[in-house]
Design a protein around this ligand. Sequence first.
Ligand code: PLP
Length: 500
Amino acid sequence: MMDCAQRLVDIFGSQAEVARAFQLDRAVVNNWVKSGYVPARWAAEVERVTGGHVTAADVLCDANARKPVKVKSRSVDAFPGPAFGSDAMNKFAPAKRIQSFHPPQRTLMGPGPTEIHPRVLTTMSQPAIGYLDPVFVEMMEELKSLLRYAYQTKNPLTFPISGPGSVGMEYCFVNMVAPGDKVIVCQNGVFGGRMLENVVRCGGVPVLVEDKWGEPVDPQKLEDALKKHRDAKIVAFVHAETSTGCQSDAKLLTQLAHQHGALAIVDAVTSLGGTPVKVDEWEIDAIYSASQKCLSCTPGLSPVSFSERVVERVQQRKDKIHSWFMDMNLLLGYWGATTRTYHHTAPTNALFALHEALLLIREEGLENSWARHQRHHVALKAGLEAMGMKFLVAEKDQLPQMNAVLCPEGVAEAEVRKTLLGEFGLEIGAGLGPLAGKIWRFGLMGYSCRPDNVMLCLSALGSVLADMGLPVHVGDAEAAAHGAYAQMHARDAQRKKRAA
Ligand SMILES: Cc1ncc(COP(=O)(O)O)c(C=O)c1O
């Protein structure tokens, strides 16, 4: 394959034109061509100048393959002493020779993490800067405004917490639940159970409203609980239950909470970016998500948003919030509206990445992102059903980004997943808790939600199941998915024609 230096010459026509485009001396470009790579520091500029024809990731891979950066150590004189460089230190060295880690290329169609857009990966590999650097602070403001767009809110307090979705969840409970507060938790899968655990650990008094796994939260049951527990201060529920692929009516459940004087905490870990989440219109009080699902970013960040009602409530608390790291009043000094003072060392490069991931959503348009998730869900579903699979969740409550199907009778379900990963590099999810061994979960989230992934998944699964002797007609699923796409395209074309 042609190296990046040669590709640039190909694109611009000559070395002289490359030099002109990059405002460089011709000798520099000649050196790139002779040495067969473009130095890594030019990665972002190459992507910008070529309009993405040569990506920064290509430049970085090329440069790293030709000239890996090595850190050289100084002579032992710097650390005199009997132990330095001797066997005494080496006894702590790992037994086997360890080399740089290069993960394989996978197609990620499980419950998360999802594949990461190349633009996000490139952004993440940019040089580190300080978390109080004025350039970084400017980026933080943009990041907050992009998050407000994703959440459809004007809440000033909308920002990413350093930590995975579980930290966002805990942040809500730690700040909002004081010891003795009554909290109604609706559980219809794994993650409602974690909310319950959080209430208990905060010293709250939990009231459980349970629904069957695979069914949405029943608004009637919540209303009954609210009538019975008039002193309930908070209602907590999961909007998109990842363990089952079921969606609950966040707007209605929040309304019910408010009618009875309670605030609502909503888990939008799997829904944000994939299906409508409208914080202001639905009047949600506190909401958290995670970076590695429909936002297609690296794991480890949890975007949250809080209404003024929540901020007031936390500020009025008489007791000291029992987690220093999570105390909203302290973290406001870094992410709040005015000052920027040290709270903890923010994960700068991960935040660059989230900025880029959200920018991609802004460029695509939030509604288009929701529509894309729905379109590929319809095609995947047509294919899975053509193979005889049954969905766990009733059609009206299905999440497009998380498709849970019952494993066919008698199939070695773990073996199927292992073969998909080993032979096709395709990851799908298993069932959790009582659904372990009973379902498969096919994620179609963010950058993983693409037609090529849908088709690969159907072909790979059909082939593995047929090899295992199941009555699956190889090719039927792909045909059904193509049929579904064709129908949707025809409908879109008609709609456009009518609108013209
Ligand atoms: C609905 C839901 N809530 C919370 C979490 C926890 O997020 P994380 O794994 O990023 O801590 C997950 C993770 O899959 C989830 O799906």
